[in-house]
Design a protein around this ligand. Structure first.
Ligand code: D5V
Length: 330
């Protein structure tokens, strides 16, 4: 089988939401497909009502194919401090025309304020590795794990775009979605993430250094989080850039000329270039004078995060069959 689903950016591309059908008859929720986590959880009829704010709710009692996993629970905390928890059902789930009939659907009973505050986000669909699924007493498989054996090819692709709809494809590679060759590199999934290492990076037209970037490809993260040496070198090249302690982040003048950020993929010279304009991420003042930086520090995480600012500059193949990640320009 193969499938294809359009994914739609929220304001400032802070996340990308994809319609997912759950249950019989189908209840369509817009979910954040997240390669940086491995739980499929949804706002539901069981979610504490004071924590619901316009989100579409999955109601298992309205689905003839829902079955509760009695006594199973889950609780997840994300890198940005948000969290959610609840119970577990199985039900039929369809994304982009690909269906799995007994998918673990984690219904939220509690969600943190970051989730409550966004009516458009009805939950997450994790596409990381199964080892970090939080369901107790038995971890559950991700949607991708479940459909992989039936896919023509054991992979999915992410084609995110700046402030425009993009696409997640399952089981095939669309040759019209990228230019040149796809360069594949090994993924180390010991952490449960799509972790890989870039051998070097360059800022603007400067020469490549020899500092490797060890990071994860995370479709659920908005920004490009890098080591302080890379971040300082980058913003040192942007006139008017500064670290704004009140924001706890680097900002740039929205009218600054921002250099591109290029990272190497593999050892035969392939590169991906993040346009400087993507790093003038979003205005933080009404006048649109000051912009939030799309590159920020990865301090304390232990690895870098190739979030949407990096991913939307490429066509990315997540191959679960041979555990590689492929990058191509587009
Ligand atoms: N993998 C990512 C995940 O999808 C989000 S969870 C999230 C939180 C609030 C709003 C939307 C999504 C969080 O930021 C980075 C990492 O954790």
């Amino acid at each position: 089988s193969t499938g294809s689903a359009q994914t739609n950016p929220e304001k400032n591309d802070v996340e990308y939401l994809t319609p997912v059908s759950i249950g019989t008859p189908g209840q369509v929720l817009n979910l954040d497909l997240d390669t940086g986590s491995s739980d499929l959880w949804v706002f539901s009829s069981l979610t504490t009502s004071s924590q619901v704010n316009g989100q579409t709710l999955y109601d298992p009692t309205k689905s003839t194919t829902a079955n509760q996993l009695q006594g199973y629970t889950w609780q997840i905390s994300y890198g940005d401090g948000s969290s959610s928890s609840g119970d577990v059902y199985t039900d039929t789930v369809t994304v982009g025309g690909v269906t799995f009939s007994a998918q673990a659907v984690q219904v939220a009973k509690t969600v943190s304020s970051e989730f409550t505050s966004d009516p458009a986000n009805h939950g997450l669909l994790g596409m990381g590795f199964g080892s970090i699924n939080t369901v107790e007493p038995v971890a559950q498989k991700t949607f991708f794990d479940n459909i992989m054996p039936d896919l023509d090819l054991p992979l999915f692709t992410a084609d995110l775009k700046r402030s425009a709809p993009g696409r997640y494809n399952f089981g095939y590679i669309d040759p019209s979605a990228y230019k040149g060759e796809i360069t594949y590199v090994p993924v180390d999934n010991d952490s449960g993430f799509w972790a890989w290492t870039s051998p070097a990076y360059a800022i603007g037209s400067r020469n490549f250094g020899n500092t490797t970037l060890k990071g994860i490809a995370d479709t659920g993260a908005s920004l490009f989080l890098l080591p302080s040496a890379a971040v300082s070198e980058y913003y040192g090249a942007v006139f008017g850039a500064k670290y704004d302690r009140s924001q706890g982040a680097f900002t740039v003048p929205c009218d600054a000329s921002a250099p591109d950020f290029t990272f190497v993929v593999g050892d035969h010279g392939a590169t991906i270039t993040v346009p400087g304009n993507y790093i003038k991420y979003a205005p933080i003042d009404d006048a649109g004078k000051t912009c939030f930086g799309g590159i920020q520090l990865d301090t304390g995480i232990g690895f870098s995060i190739f979030g949407d600012v990096a991913l939307k500059s490429a066509f990315v193949v997540f191959n679960g069959g041979n555990r590689t990640i492929g990058w191509a320009t587009k």
